[in-house]
Design a protein around this ligand. Structure first.
Ligand SMILES: Cc1cc2nc3c(=O)[nH]c(=O)nc-3n(C[C@H](O)[C@H](O)[C@H](O)COP(=O)(O)O)c2cc1C
Length: 174
């Protein structure tokens, strides 16, 4: 397919947009706010994250994207487990807490231990506990694909992040 190859080669030669342009476009996306929890031995942690996505239903897998500089990254890389806690609309304080690398991350947060011992935060819209199946690095971040081994869902509305601020969803009536 010489024509396709020609276009592919042309596409690869294009210069990337700069980081500011990239961030401006990403700010237009509305994303569900989660806290990714992790645990290795006696060390537990949590980090606020919006880069979370469904991958497949069979087997049930999701992906999370985590900065390699984050404490959570090394915990998940070594332990091979994590949980995605989908925050409910009234959990903004928890989102703010876990974005700030607190000294005692779980100290004042209500949680229970999941099947793998990873912290599962109470009051969330949903929870998904995962075992890492694959990891791939891209730039500053890693994509971890997790096979889901436990879920709990509720009808609570999730917390949303858009344009650098937390926003609420509302139900549309017909
Ligand atoms: C709304 C919001 C979304 C975020 N999403 C991500 C994300 O998807 N991946 C990531 O690596 N960091 C994300 N962050 C930044 C982390 O929450 C932050 O760096 C955290 O303190 C890392 O904690 P740790 O070093 O204890 O793991 C987000 C922060 C906020 C406020």
């Amino acid at each position: 397919m010489p024509v396709l190859n020609e276009y592919a080669s042309l596409a690869r030669s294009l210069v990337s947009i700069d980081a500011a342009q990239f961030k401006a476009a990403m700010r237009c996306m509305a994303s569900t706010v989660t806290v990714i929890t992790s645990r290795e031995g006696s060390v537990s942690n949590g980090m606020t994250a919006t880069a979370v996505c469904s991958v497949s239903a069979a087997p049930p897998c999701i992906l999370v994207v985590i900065n390699q500089a984050n404490k959570s990254h090394s915990l998940i890389e070594r332990s091979g487990i994590f949980a995605v806690n989908v925050l409910s609309a009234d959990q903004i304080a928890i989102a703010q807490h876990f974005a700030l690398k607190p000294d005692d991350p779980l100290g004042r947060v209500d949680y229970r231990s999941g099947l793998t011992g990873v912290p599962m935060i109470e009051g969330c819209a949903a929870q998904l506990e995962c075992v890492v199946e694959a990891q791939t690095k891209s730039g500053t971040h890693s994509v971890f694909i997790g096979r889901v081994v436990f879920v709990q869902e509720t009808d609570r509305l999730p917390l949303i992040y858009r344009g650098g601020e937390f926003v609420e969803l509302s139900r549309k009536s017909d």
